[in-house]
Design a protein around this ligand. Sequence first.
Ligand SMILES: CC(C)(COP(=O)(O)OP(=O)(O)OC[C@H]1O[C@@H](n2cnc3c(N)ncnc32)[C@H](O)[C@@H]1OP(=O)(O)O)[C@@H](O)C(=O)NCCC(=O)NCCS
Length: 408
Amino acid sequence: MTDYEIRRIGPDEAGPVADTVRAALLGGAISDEDAEWGRQTWAEGRFLAAFEGDRCIGHVGSFDGDSTVPGGARLRTAGVTRVGVLPTHTRRGLLTTLMTRLLDQEHEAGSVVATLWASETAIYGRFGFGHASNTQSIAIDAAAARPLSSAPIGSTRLLDRSELDDVVPALYDRVARWRPGSMSRQAWMWDRSLKAAREPASRNTSPGAYVAVHSDARGVDDGYVHYEVSWTPRRAGKIVGTGTVHDLWAADARTETELWRYLLGIDLVATWHGEAQPVDEATRHVLADGRAYGITQRFDELWLRILDVDAALSARRYGPANESVVIGVADERFAANTGAWRISASGATRADAEPDVVVDIATLSATYLGGMPWSELRDAGIVSADAPVVLLDALFVEHPGPYCGTEF
Ligand SMILES: CC(C)(COP(=O)(O)OP(=O)(O)OC[C@H]1O[C@@H](n2cnc3c(N)ncnc32)[C@H](O)[C@@H]1OP(=O)(O)O)[C@@H](O)C(=O)NCCC(=O)NCCS
């Protein structure tokens, strides 16, 4: 590879850089109009591009935001995104250079954690990221799922297109952020995700995109679902519909079930698909036939890297346990993250004691949100065989588990 220069870019240079990222992620060139619409998405964050002459050959970036951690605190988060190297320049260390620089910048800027969704699981462990939450694709057979065994609560209404921007983002901020792993969403993310529901469909076309809002018994809004419905090709002579859930959030698990009750009652929809649902949705337990809730695929969701161990460990809550445990941490990149921390039900403090278990930063990061049991990592040989995993799980594992639900 000839010499290249790395520099931070803003919205003015976004066009060619976005083309490079699209080329890496199997996309094609887009229209000037779409490129113009995407410009705003390059304004709020830090974007680092590598140029060989005038040509952008690789890019990494991060959005500013915050993430909920167990107990409800929200930590400043670098949402790592738009990672791509041109196919002509891969496997020569470009991502390593770009990612190292980005993480240094984020560490200096005060981000406590960095998070991302990975295209492949082999890429990010070397930079200290650990697999921290899971998600799953589901398909629910609506006829077999009905009726639900729980008693209905409250009511559901469909939003008018003109109400979406006023109601949905504010409702997400109010009801969704209790889940560890949930993150703040920038205005452009809403602009993009609600586009189909906001714009008029052309005459007589399917699919249709909608948002339904649930209100509790007092009439206070406490959840919403953004979904799409469409006709599917004839199946055994019948014409049937299919539904897809894009975004479903509620103040608690019971209200999530009320949103599913609404969806499963929509006439003509034979199957509901969820592309990336939480792995612990309680709704499956109240379906007439539990097997109506089919899990198509389970996969890794958030990858997380702790940038500031002191701040991260002291921000989250820990489960009830009578004893404490000392965890030794090694981080080759950030010296202040190497040390020992005593964790107990009442919190985390730096310790001057012999550790009960020693892990690298990627392993600690995987366990941080409470979705990756230490016992599983011990069974896999990633955590040492003599680690006190029962105690570690009692302190770290969370229910409901972490779920981000925002692909970025
Ligand atoms: C993933 C990607 C950015 C890696 O860029 P790169 O410049 O080739 O990465 P590097 O040369 O710095 O690789 C560093 C190390 O990671 C390994 N690695 C990088 N990408 C890998 C992958 N996809 N699978 C397995 N190993 C990978 C390299 O082999 C190398 O290992 P080594 O140090 O043992 O030799 C690039 O392959 C790409 O753009 N892929 C398509 C788009 C994509 O998947 N982006 C990520 C979106 S989340």
